[in-house]
Design a protein around this ligand. Structure first.
Ligand SMILES: [Zn+2]
Ligand SMILES: [Zn+2]
Length: 266
């Protein structure tokens, strides 16, 4: 019934408890989960989760916050993206939240890394899982530029903005680029009225839901370790916002997931 489109089950908080997590998922009718990669070093673990469980899939990518790790070239991503059960490229994008003593000019490595992921996504036809934080202008600008380049070669840039916490203007720009928008437990937080307004604006056929576990547990579990079995709380909040039934939200977000990440059928 429910699909968690973004989780990190290989992270230390979760990786020892996979059987319990899977049991909780069954009880909560969460039938599928996408395991997201954040470094090439962890790819084998993430991939193993996908290949050893019929209803898990995975991505390959290096998160913009991952520093002092192997820098991916296009070929590193393309080769892994072609393996069994790898259905997307990411998470990738831009994150200027922790600049420390750096300026935006110092972050060219992040922008270059993002472009490498976009080009790998074009070459493989797989969608991008985009992370953007305090960097939406550059994220949209780079996606527009790379989309235009891809179109010249008859390619296409597709994907999802995950854990969406940006403005309606950014949502509109993402939708105009053909992207989906995924909401996490953040939309259940008391102070997230603005994000709920953005969720109201996003059409039902472009919505995804996720946990981003182990982080960002939805209400009433805020502050606890998150897991895919909590994704129905995100759906419930969306059902309220959209004035739709929980079943309608579950079905739409699951169908959208299948449409975006092709090759998924469980
Ligand atoms: Zn992220
Ligand atoms: Zn994530």
């Amino acid at each position: 019934m429910f699909t968690d489109s973004h989780c990190h089950l290989n992270f230390p908080e979760l990786k020892e408890n996979i059987p319990e997590i899977r049991q909780a998922m069954r009880e909560a009718q969460v039938t599928r989960a996408l395991c997201i990669c954040t470094t090439l070093e962890e790819f084998d673990d993430v991939h193993k989760l996908a290949t050893s469980h019929h209803n898990f899939w995975c991505t390959v990518g290096v998160h913009p916050d991952s520093e002092d790790v192997q820098e991916p070239c296009i070929e590193d991503l393309v080769r892994r993206a072609r393996l069994e059960k790898v259905v997307g490229i990411g998470e990738t994008g831009l994150d200027y939240y922790r600049l420390r003593e750096r300026t935006l000019a110092n972050m060219e490595w992040q922008r270059e890394r993002f472009r490498v992921h976009i080009r790998a996504a074009c070459l493989t036809g797989k969608p991008l899982v985009v992370h953007t934080r305090s960097a939406s202008n550059d994220t949209i600008a780079i996606l527009r530029e790379e989309s235009a380049n891809a179109a010249k070669q008859h390619g296409q840039v597709r994907g999802v903005f995950h854990c969406f916490t940006e403005t309606q203007a950014v949502a509109k720009a993402a939708l105009d680029l053909g992207f989906y928008i995924s909401f996490s437990g953040v939309i259940t937080f008391k102070n997230a009225g603005d994000i709920r307004e953005v969720a109201r604006f996003v059409p039902l056929d472009r919505l995804l839901i996720e946990t981003d576990s182990p982080y960002l547990a939805p209400m009433p579990y805020r502050g606890k370790t998150n897991s895919p079995s909590y994704v129905p709380f995100v759906a419930k909040q969306l059902a309220e916002i959209k004035q739709e039934s929980l079943e309608t939200i579950a079905k739409a977000t699951s169908q959208n997931f299948e449409r975006l990440f092709t090759g998924i059928n469980a």
